[in-house]
Design a protein around this ligand. Structure first.
Ligand code: AMP
Length: 215
C-alpha cells in the first residue's frame, strides 16, 4: 500500500498511521517526526528547520523535497509506505509525483481525516508525547496510568513546543491556506477519501478500514 494521510494537525494522522502500519507492515513516514528528531539530535537539517517548527510555519518546499526523495528512495520504502504529513503544499504534490514516477510506482489512496476546529484545539492542547519511544497520550482522553510518565517506557512525558494555543492557531491557519488546496488536487484524480476523524481512535480506524475494503 502507498497511502497519504492528510488532515489538520491533531486530526489523528500519527495515531491512525501507526495502526495502519501495524496491520499492513508498510513503512510509516512522518515528516514531522523526522524533522523533530533532526532538531533534537542537533543535525544540520535540525538547525535549519527549528525556527519553522517552533513557530508553526512550514519548512520550505526545497528542503522537504530533498528529504522525501532521499527517504522514499531507500530500500525499506520499496514495499509500501504511509506518508503522514507530506505533501502539505501544491509544489510538494508535484515533487511527490516526480519521485514516485522515478521509482515507477503510484499512490493507492489519499485519506483526508476531518474534524471540527474546536475538537482539534482540545486534542492538541491536551496532547502529551513520550520523547523516548514516541507514545502518544492525552490529559483527558488517554491519560497515562501515572501522571506525566510514559506507560510504555517510563520516561517523563512532554508537551510538543508547537502544541501551545497560539502556535496551534498558526498551524491551523497555515493548513487552511496551504494544505487544503491539495485535497482538491487529489480529489480530481479520484484518489481522495474523506474520513470522519471525530470519536475515538478505534472508531476512526474502523472507518479507514472500511474505506480500504471498499475498493
Ligand atoms: P506535524 O508533526 O506533521 O504536525 O509537523 C510538525 C511541523 O513540522 C509542522 O508544523 C512544520 O513546521 C513541519 N513539517 C512537517 N511536515 C512538513 C511538510 N510536509 N512541509 C513543511 N513543513 C513540514
Amino acid at each position: 500500500m502507498r497511502i497519504v494521510l492528510m488532515g489538520m494537525p491533531g486530526a489523528g494522522k500519527g495515531t491512525q498511521a501507526a495502526r495502519l502500519v501495524g496491520e499492513s507492515g508498510s513503512l510509516h513516514l512522518s515528516t514531522g517526526d523526522i524533522l523533530r528528531e533532526a532538531v533534537q539530535s542537533g543535525a544540520t537539517l535540525g538547525r535549519k528547520v527549528r525556527g519553522f517548527l517552533d513557530s508553526g510555519a512550514l519548512v520550505p518546499d526545497d528542503v522537504m523535497g530533498d528529504l522525501i526523495a532521499e527517504r522514499l528512495g531507500r530500500a525499506d520504502a520499496a514495499e509500501g509506505f504511509i506518508l503522514d504529513g507530506f505533501p502539505r503544499t501544491l509544489p510538494q504534490v508535484a515533487t511527490l509525483d516526480s519521485v514516485l514516477e522515478r521509482l515507477g510506482v503510484g499512490l493507492d489512496r489519499v485519506f483526508f481525516l476531518g474534524a471540527p476546529e474546536t475538537e482539534i484545539v482540545r486534542r492538541l492542547t491536551g496532547r502529551r508525547v513520550c520523547p523516548n519511544c514516541g507514545a502518544l497520550f492525552h490529559l483527558e482522553q488517554r491519560p497515562p496510568s501515572s501522571a506525566g510518565v510514559c506507560d510504555e517506557c517510563g520516561s517523563a512525558l512532554v508537551q510538543r513546543p508547537d502544541d501551545t494555543e497560539s502556535v496551534i492557531r498558526e498551524r491551523l491557519r497555515v493548513f487552511n491556506e496551504q494544505t487544503l488546496p491539495i485535497a482538491d488536487a487529489y480529489r480530481q484524480r479520484g484518489l481522495l477519501r474523506e474520513v470522519d476523524a471525530t470519536g475515538g481512535p478505534q472508531e476512526v480506524f474502523g472507518r479507514l478500514r472500511q474505506e480500504l475494503g471498499r475498493d
